[in-house]
Design a binder for this molecule. Sequence first.
Ligand code: MN3
Length: 214
Amino acid sequence: MNTPCLTHGYAEGCYILPPLPYAPEALEPFLDAETLMLHHDRHHAAYVAGANAAADTLRRVAAGELDAQSASAAAQSLAFNLGGHILHCLYWDNMSPVPSNMPMGGRFGEAVRESFGDADGLLRVFRSVTLSVQGSGWGVLGVDPVSRKMMVTGICRHQDVLVPAFEPLLVCDVWEHAYYLRYRNNRAAYLEAFMSKINWSVVEERFNRSCCHV
Ligand code: MN3
């Protein structure tokens, strides 16, 4: 199964923080540079560090250097931190200072119509699910590998309420750190602005690499 290309988040045996694909001020006024820099340089960086630490603990358990009991906490930490690393890599790349329109031709357009009726139907479901994620989490448009249909789901934190093997195409971070400086508690206003900055070319590219492309 193909998954979105995430190899820019790993190098020489370690998870790494890839640079933002645009300047920190490039998404103004939707997202201010301060929010973007804190989010990328502090929050995302912390998940990268946490994923490396957890992976290292698991390696040391495997090598017999640490007690096997260390593995349980490390595995949970890996799920949280690696989940965060993956989701943030997807998030930066699926936004753009120069947004594109949702492509309604080809296989992508067919899949949208099959699952949601039309573009508005997709956005309606995405908005509703993302707004209703409880606490810190993510709205996700993806592909269910069983039915090979597009679906929208929500993730709590980075790894809870997760459909196994679900292939993400578009993710929206609704942790408060993603929007609180500019939007305060108004998740809905942030989400509307996010939907105007989606890089649909990237979303379609991910779809073309997913299990739907057979
Ligand atoms: Mn975040």
